[in-house]
Design a protein around this ligand. Structure first.
Ligand code: FAD
Length: 317
């Protein structure tokens, strides 16, 4: 079922999670170990991230370095199909622009359609870790809006090959990313809203936000979206802080701010165990406030561990 259909039928705020494919070489049991305990809270859908290739340099016997391309976390599509098969829960594979030609994207969408997957999150993707900025495949998409348009075309039965007539149409519900604290490359918030609206006008069905720790950022974002004529559901994405290191790492990686009160709490802690407790407490309060505000669904970034999400879900759902 489509994410938007879940939201339409919901009697209150829904619960959903985002998981990462296991590192290459690890089995699917990793996923089951994480998801089994979360089933008690009946997630409405599960997002599975997609990870672009990375470059590593290996030293050869002659001392020279050789460049290799590796994908550390493959398997997004397979995991989505396996989750549907095992738990009968809808999945949302993340589809990225980076590293894909338009034809490869089309083929991936055909696979997803054949597997009965009704949802995709259409995003540009991060830059390759060793590169300064995002660069698309020579025949790929530059921005998420272009990917959204390709999916919308397939939903109308229009494929890249214009000689295909009466082709079967896909029926994807399309999610996109939104940034309550601005995407780091956008020159200002106004410009970011302009392109966010373009994705919605281009055919996207709902927004999932980047993580934030101050609910007023989400509230303001929703208000500004509505004023800009963006009327689709806006799902807040959240996660608890679990280590002291994250207090500096998360702002650096995700370009977000931590509120003073949360920072004060973290600074008082003498161990990561204490930080984890403070982070869970903060996230529980954040979640309860978002439910009160009427958020359609709370989407938890598990980042590879389910135990903290469990602790929060126990108190909120
Ligand atoms: P876009 O919407 O393309 O926007 C990128 C930037 O370009 C923005 O600054 C925007 O304002 C600007 N812009 C957009 N369109 C135009 C245009 N036509 N002309 C000029 N400027 C424009 N990354 C992964 O690699 N894998 C994942 O699985 C993944 N999942 C994510 C899930 C969520 C919920 C979120 C919030 C992010 C996720 N990301 C993931 C990270 C995401 O790929 C990065 O934040 C990326 O830098 C931007 O993606 P986007 O889809 O928002 O890009």
């Amino acid at each position: 079922m489509k994410v938007t259909e879940h939201l339409k039928r919901a009697k209150g705020t829904l619960f959903s999670v985002e998981i990462l494919p296991p590192l290459k070489g690890k089995g699917i049991q990793n996923i089951w170990d994480m998801l089994d305990p979360l089933m008690e809270f009946k997630p409405s859908f599960i997002d599975v991230t997609y990870h672009r290739e990375e470059y590593v340099y290996k030293k050869r016997e002659n001392g020279l370095l050789e460049k290799f391309s590796i994908r550390k976390r493959p398997g997004t599509v397979g995991i989505c199909a396996a989750i549907i098969n095992k738990y009968k829960i809808d999945t949302v594979p993340h589809i990225i622009c980076g590293g894909f030609s338009k034809e490869e994207t089309e083929n991936a969408l055909i696979d997803l359609s054949f597997l009965g997957i009704d949802n995709v999150l259409a995003i540009r993707g991060d830059a390759i870790k060793t590169e300064a900025g995002f660069s698309p495949d020579p025949d790929g998409h530059n921005y998420a809006i272009d990917l959204v348009k390709q999916i919308v075309c397939m939903n109308k039965g229009v494929y890249l090959d214009d000689e295909l007539v009466e082709a079967s149409s896909s029926n994807f519900c399309i999610g996109i990313a939104g940034y309550p604290e601005k995407h780091f490359e956008a020159p200002n918030m106004k410009s970011d809203f302009k392109y966010l609206k373009a994705k919605i006008d281009g055919g996207a069905d709902y927004i999932v936000t980047q993580m934030f720790f101050d609910n007023s950022k989400y509230v303001e974002f929703v208000k500004e979206c509505r004023e800009a004529g963006i009327n689709v559901p806006i799902i807040p994405g959240i996660k608890p802080i679990t280590t002291k290191k994250q207090a500096t790492a998360l702002p650096k990686v995700f370009h977000i701010d931590l509120p003073d009160d949360l920072l004060d709490e973290i600074e008082k802690c003498e161990s990561d165990k204490e930080v984890r407790e403070a982070g869970i407490e903060w996230c529980i309060n954040q979640s309860k406030e978002l439910v009160k505000f009427g958020a359609p669904c709370l989407h938890y970034y598990t980042m590879g561990t389910a135990s903290t999400t469990m602790r929060i879900a126990e108190k909120v759902f």
